[in-house]
Design a protein around this ligand. Sequence first.
Ligand SMILES: Cc1ncc(COP(=O)(O)O)c(C=O)c1O
Length: 418
Amino acid sequence: MDILIDQALGRPSDDPIFSINARARARRASGGQVVNASLGALLDDQGTLAVMPTVVEALRAVPADRAAAYAPIAGDAPFLQAVIDDVFGDSALADMAVSAATPGGTGALLNAMMNFIEPGQAMYTSSYYWSPYRIIAGHNLRSVDTFPMFTKEGAFDVAAFEAGLVAQLERQGRALVILNFPCHNPTGYTLDETEWHAVAAVLARASNLGPVALLVDLAYAYFGSQDRHLWVRAVEPIAQQVTILAAWTASKSFAQYGARVGALVAAVPDPEKRQQVANAMSFSCRGSWSNCNHLGILAITSIMEDEKLRARVDSERRTLVDLMIRRVEAFNRAASGFGLDYPRYEGGFFVSVFTPDSAVTAEVAEEKGVYVVPMAGAVRVALCAVPESDVEHLVAAVAEGVEAARVKADLIAGEARA
Ligand SMILES: Cc1ncc(COP(=O)(O)O)c(C=O)c1O
């Protein structure tokens, strides 16, 4: 008998994205010209990890004895309140919210999956999604159900969203819907106001079939071009029927990926149920990571609570958002020139380019020194890691890869007909 249990046998040794990144770095180290659009961290145009100086100062300013002490299991109260205010703004949802500190948005996703769906059940998200959703769910004896994300015209497929959700509720009696907007990873798509209202209407109807929780994964919330609280206004009217959750993280919004500061936020109208939800979330913290990085929590709280520090961080973040927007505009210009097929892209770290064969597309791009991530039906481009001056070359290489994929697909179709 093997020492590992069956479930743990045959696990991949590394995330495929990290393997692609390693190949790109090795080629660069041996003198090759490389555009590495694989990894989701924001690099400046010189290829250095972008950080916000005020955040680094805030980390240094935390008294050592406070940082060294355990954080409360669910997180320090001022942090929990600051996150609720950040997520819900001046919406009434803020008055009915509780939260728990988690290691990044990843911890918030895990915490939600442990508490809002049963073991053996599936969470519900779009067909394109951040692949760790499946890892987190599977590792915790849950799974992922999806709906086709786009219509033929390239818009968010509200009808497919509703059909799949109804079918899932009929099957498992409850639903945890996870939507990663704005700036969806991997596609770059952002729901507009009309789409958010349509989603809210679907959720309200679906809640007649069983308990429904909506978790909005806010990983890239600060990098969108729309009002950050647009989604909150759209879901506020359904909060009596649908539990509104948010996965909040400082990884991207404070450029502190390694600090592992995040939170799960839940709006629950009934005070008794709200307390039960808070208890359950806190229990899951204890049962997984115990408590979070106190240094990170204290530093981020010191910024969020102080008007002057917040203004400085807002301005430093603006520089990073502007850097991203310039790349997005360069991408949109070049991609429309090459006739690439990709979803509406107005901001955020990633965009996906549709292709009939993503492996061929990624391979051809790699021959030209451009590293992107292949997935079913598309390749993901991490524009967050690409200097503006390289965007045109990147688009040309991906376009060549898509063309090669088309030729191969036509050949296969021809052979099948013959
Ligand atoms: C869609 C999405 N959700 C959540 C996360 C969580 O990141 P973290 O745990 O660093 O907050 C990421 C990070 O890449 C992401 O892309």
